[in-house]
Design a protein around this ligand. Sequence first.
Ligand SMILES: Nc1ncnc2c1ncn2[C@@H]1O[C@H](COP(=O)(O)OP(=O)(O)O)[C@@H](O)[C@H]1O
Ligand SMILES: Cc1ncc(COP(=O)(O)O)c(N)n1
Length: 266
Amino acid sequence: MMKTALTIAGSDSSGGAGIQADMKTMTANGVYAMSAITALTAQNTTGVMSIMEVSKEFLEQQLDSIFTDIYPDAVKIGMVPSPDLIRAIADKLEYYHAKNIVIDPVMIATSGSRLIREETINIMKDKLFPHGALLTPNLWEASVLSGITIRDEMDMVRAAELLSKEYGCAVLCKGGHSEKNANDLLYYDKKYRWFIGERIHNLNTHGTGCTLSSAIAAELAKGKDLEEAIQLAKEYVTGALEAMLDLGKGNGPLNHMWNIKQEDIL
Ligand SMILES: Nc1ncnc2c1ncn2[C@@H]1O[C@H](COP(=O)(O)OP(=O)(O)O)[C@@H](O)[C@H]1O
Ligand SMILES: Cc1ncc(COP(=O)(O)O)c(N)n1
């Protein structure tokens, strides 16, 4: 039986991040993908023009529709713009006993545009993080969430450790924005492990975080343990960056289909 995964996130009209990246990633990694949309963005590789949030009631209806029919084996959460939507998600996850929850605490797009309201951050910490199996902040998000200025790899460990202890979940501090390499740090159960990545010279990184967290959710849905899921997801993102797709005028999207052979589709 095919495994299933759900993304709760914002739509990216340019298809490189958000819901669209998540569904492509889950599909390319062999699970059936479903979505609950928190907001529509009018966005491309150069920036976000506009955001339209869905109502709390409509998000709840999407979640009820999904959980009462095709139960997801894993859930990825991305952009959630408002405190009300965070509360609605937290309540539904609890009510339906959702499992394998990966939270990507999205705040700002690669293009620099703000995606969630400032007041959402504290509610996200209090209401959502305790439900997560894994949190996947980038360097900047880990800094904002932990209050620790991250200058080097030991700071990444300190920030991940603090967040992991505070919220009782595993934390993957992503190093995609560090200058030297692309090493990601996992902290959980009072221990840490590095996932080593070489920096790929590709400016088209729109959606890397969405892609990584969805790939992890897909692997968890298939029954992989956390470390194996992260390792496989990192290999998938690396391949999608190495495929050197070059679209759009700004930081373009990845090639999510790099691991699918054309002859398999045709
Ligand atoms: N230039 C790059 N070369 C190799 N890996 C990268 C590069 N940029 C990002 N990554 C990887 O992509 C994933 C997402 O990380 P990051 O870009 O830091 O997240 P976000 O999109 O949330 O800012 C991580 O595994 C990171 O190491
Ligand atoms: C709707 C939406 N969600 C998330 C991101 C973040 O993208 P990235 O993975 O590049 O940080 C985005 N640009 N748009």
